[in-house]
Design a binder for this molecule. Structure first.
Ligand code: NAD
Ligand code: TYD
Length: 351
């Protein structure tokens, strides 16, 4: 079936991988990438597909009701994959309102326009909302997040994503809008903005700058290669059941300090530095406020029902990621000049 598909946030990290996959794999779909191009959005991420005939970029803000209304009228979308968001926990601690605006209000504006456009015929329509495992809160040493785990968000970021998830389900129950939500663990890979742990550490190691590890580095995250996440979204978009949520994860838990140690070894090798050089840059700094101890996803529903599984081992994925950053110095230079300097100083000076 042909699709008139809106992808929001397609110029960001995960969104650009999703847009690339869909544009290349589905030449029959008309794909519109809507992105406000905030500090995190970068059209360089999509340079390789920008001239494809099934692809259009539209610059705009998902909170702008008039603009979103016009866009839905103009393109008559039959499906939406919604990724646009403010996505960084540390920034949400600095400025929670920006997260409420984009993540909560922006999602509601999109839902409302989908509802308006689709109200007379809901067949073959889908609003797919991309969310995070952080909505479930923080785990202790044991256990996993399941689709049935109660929401318990703790950061302004996760609270805003949890709220957006609730609105998506409210539109399903109240208006029968066909929706699906997926909640994914931490992603890593190419085009990741260097405010998040892995790309920030790569950037700093490369430049012989301290690698800041919050607290004792004992927090645990479950890492998934971003292209595996994009494949999962493709699978769920085409085969998932409406009204359902699907957890996506790598079955790949790492303590931050162990991950950074592994990354330092890979960087030493790829930069041709003596073993142990990069690890000397590890610097323990003041912990994040309300730092969630552990995230770990049970992705077995997605595996059993739709046959998805991660394709890459973590070390292989990290090697690929480091190679990409070392080969793409201009990309890294462009995203770290300008606003980044101010953010970095504010975030790390006081730690
Ligand atoms: P990102 O910050 O790299 O990209 C977000 C994109 O959204 C950017 O291109 C930005 O310009 C755009 N955007 C922001 N505000 C906007 C607005 N008001 N209107 C239109 N566009 C706007 O984020 P990401 O890491 O690629 O995350 C994408 C989605 O996946 C988010 O919804 C996030 O919550 C979710 N998610 C991320 C992870 C992760 O590890 N990064 C894990 C699970 C889920
Ligand atoms: P991050 O990449 O910001 O993702 P999230 O907070 O959404 O999980 O952080 C991953 C982990 O790394 C988290 O436990 C916080 C920690 N961290 C550091 O130790 N140092 C850093 O400089 C950053 C950005 C994160």
């Amino acid at each position: 079936m042909k699709r008139r598909l809106l992808i929001t946030g397609g110029a960001g990290f995960i969104g650009s991988h999703v847009v690339r996959l869909f544009v290349n794999k589905y030449p029959d779909y008309q794909i519109v990438n809507l992105d406000a191009l905030t500090y995190a959005g970068n059209l360089e991420n999509l340079a390789d597909i920008q001239d494809k005939p099934n692809y259009v970029f539209e610059k705009g803000d998902i909170t702008d009701e008039t603009f979103i209304d016009q866009l839905f009228q103009q393109y008559q979308f039959d499906s939406v994959i919604h990724l646009a968001a403010e996505s960084h926990v540390d920034r949400s601690i600095m400025d929670p309102l920006a997260f409420i605006r984009t993540n909560v209000l922006g999602t509601a504006v999109l839902l409302n326009n989908a509802r308006k456009l689709w109200k007379d015929d809901l067949t073959n329509k889908l609003f797919y909302h991309v969310s995070t495992d952080e909505v479930y809160g923080s785990l202790g040493e044991e256990g996993l997040f399941h689709e049935t785990t109660a929401y318990d968000p703790r950061s302004p970021y996760s609270a805003s994503k949890a709220s957006s998830d609730h609105f998506v389900m409210a539109y399903y129950h109240t208006y029968h809008l066909p929706v699906i939500i997926s909640n994914c663990s931490n992603n890593y890979g190419s085009h990741h903005f260097p405010e998040k742990l892995i790309p920030l550490a790569i950037h700093n190691i490369k430049n012989n700058k301290p690698v800041p590890v919050y607290g004792k580095g004992e927090n645990v995250r479950d890492w998934l290669f971003v292209e595996d996440h994009a494949r999962a979204i493709d699978t769920i978009f085409h085969q998932g059941r409406t009204g359902e949520t699907y957890n996506i994860g790598g079955f790949n838990e790492w303590k931050n300090i162990d991950l950074i140690q592994l990354l330092c070894n890979i960087m030493d090798r790829q930069l041709g530095r003596p073993e142990g050089t990069s690890a000397q840059l590890i610097t323990f700094v003041k912990d994040r406020a309300g730092h969630d101890l552990r995230y770990a996803i049970d992705a077995s529903k997605l595996n059993k029902e739709l046959g998805w599984a991660p394709s890459l081992q973590f070390e292989e994925g990290l090697e690929k990621t480091v190679s990409w950053y070392l080969a793409n110095e201009t990309w890294l230079h462009n995203v770290t000049s300008g606003e980044y300097q101010q953010y970095y100083n504010e975030q790390y000076q006081k730690r």
